[in-house]
Design a protein around this ligand. Sequence first.
Ligand code: ADP
Ligand code: MG
Length: 295
Amino acid sequence: MGEFDLIAKFFTRDSQRNDVLLGVGDDAALINIDAGACLACALATVAAEKAGLPYPEGSAFAQTLARAAFNRLAAQGAAPAWLTLSLTLPKPDAEWLDEFSRALHAAAAGYGATLIGGDTTRGPLSATLIAHGLGFETSGRRLAPAGGDAVFVTGAIGLGLQDKSTADCARQHPLNEVPPRVNAGMAAAPHVSAAVDIRRSLAATLTDLLDPFELGADIEADKLPVVAEAKTLLGRRGGAKLLIETSDDPELCFLVPRERESEFCDDMAKLPDPCTRIGIVTGRRGVRVRNDQER
Ligand code: ADP
Ligand code: MG
């Protein structure tokens, strides 16, 4: 199967959108966008060939990729609309591509997004997905956390404790069930002082976000939403601290000024998945867990 056949078979679909003037098959895609809007772009790369690990499942690989790119876009209050894909494959494996492309198209369709182009090369398996969407217009101006802001987190944490490299490969891994938090990111956008996707850990993410403002956060151990797989850990002394310092979860974290909290909570309550208030921004640098020693 040549590259051209591969693209035609797995990546060319009728556009889901009427604003795509040129899509897969041309030198560049052309999108008709509203000139008054702001275009948000976010990308994620997953490189998966690692010594000693099984070759990743196509569908899990696509889900990991889409979730990462969509969550980054969602943190800016935007939903994915147009996707481009850079794909490096060791060989054109039709079965794998079938699984991968189905899962990718399905993830996109969930938001009315469509793949409009990409590039395919040969080499160790790796993919980069660029997600574009129309942004919330004040997104760029809203990174202004302040002491007293409430800290919220989507979903639950703890799945990211396991070895992420094997998680990325496994069809059965519970991470595959975690949806991108696009709806939460969009609903949160008008209310938040900051929104970020969790990178490395919740504590590292909050530290990176708050330290430049000479702020920190107090997290309440008994408020932390934790996946069933990590519940026993939470019961142990120091367990909550370990969770927020080491678990790398595909969730979003929001900071919400006190005066916006009730509206924020009303909007979040309309969504199927939880968004939980876990603590507060303080004038002391660093991230602390409260009540942990009493467990
Ligand atoms: P080039 O020789 O310019 O690299 P390609 O044969 O790679 O051209 O690409 C042909 C068309 O297929 C282009 O429109 C490109 O955007 C699209 N395409 C290539 N790879 C992908 C992919 N992985 N996903 C979606 N579209 C792709
Ligand atoms: Mg190419």
